[in-house]
Design a protein around this ligand. Structure first.
Ligand code: IMP
Ligand code: MG
Length: 179
């Protein structure tokens, strides 16, 4: 993969560690949702696809999938304040137990906007699960129920996370070093 050679990066969270993190998060979710008939996992495209598929396969209860696309990025490494819903959910969430699944929370702008929108549709419950969290970058406060790993203020790629749409398929999380 030639594009990989053009980037100076180092592994921050290995594939094995990712598995361990997900085991821990899934165990909590399985416990918390033991009495819930069905959980609707809502993934924010595109970054959450990888973590959602790995997380879902560790969940023991019945789950459904839905997806939405919220856009706040313009291909670079800095979030803009403007969040748009580019693609909405396929189905109603009224009365459903919903868990938003995110790859990473940075400023919190995306998630806070999506959370407000979903809450206005009156789900039975709404929780948030993120694989990575950069708490030092938070601009908008948003309640997060399950966090895989907190990381410092670094730009990371892999495991769903992109840099200008590339590198999402890396099986690990890597930190990008400034050129
Ligand atoms: P927020 O609205 O600032 O919280 O941005 C959240 C979104 O920004 C995530 O879903 C990612 O798509 C993107 N993002 C934030 N930090 C990173 C990063 O370090 N690498 C890649 N994408 C990131
Ligand atoms: Mg992104």
């Amino acid at each position: 993969m030639s594009k990989l050679n053009q980037l100076n990066y180092e592994v921050m969270i290995s594939e094995e560690e990712i598995g361990q993190i997900l085991d821990t998060v899934a165990a909590k979710i399985n416990q918390d949702y033991a009495d819930v008939d069905n959980l609707l996992l809502v993934g924010l495209l595109k970054g959450s696809v990888v973590v959602m598929s790995d997380l879902a396969r560790r969940l023991t209860g019945d789950v459904h999938f839905d997806f939405m696309t919220a856009s706040s990025y313009h291909g670079g490494t800095e979030s803009s304040g403007d969040v748009k819903i580019v693609m909405d959910l396929a189905n109603s969430i009224r009365g459903r137990h919903v868990m938003l699944v995110e790859d990473i929370i940075d400023t919190g702008r995306t998630l806070s906007k999506v959370r407000e929108l979903l809450l206005s549709r009156e789900p039975a419950s709404l929780k948030i699960c993120t694989f990575l969290d950069k708490p030092s970058r938070r601009v908008v406060d948003v309640p997060v129920d399950y966090v895989g790993r907190e990381i410092p203020d670094e730009f990371v790629i892999g495991y769903g996370l992109d840099y200008a749409e590339s590198y999402r398929q890396l099986p690990y999380i890597a930190k990008v070093n400034p050129a």
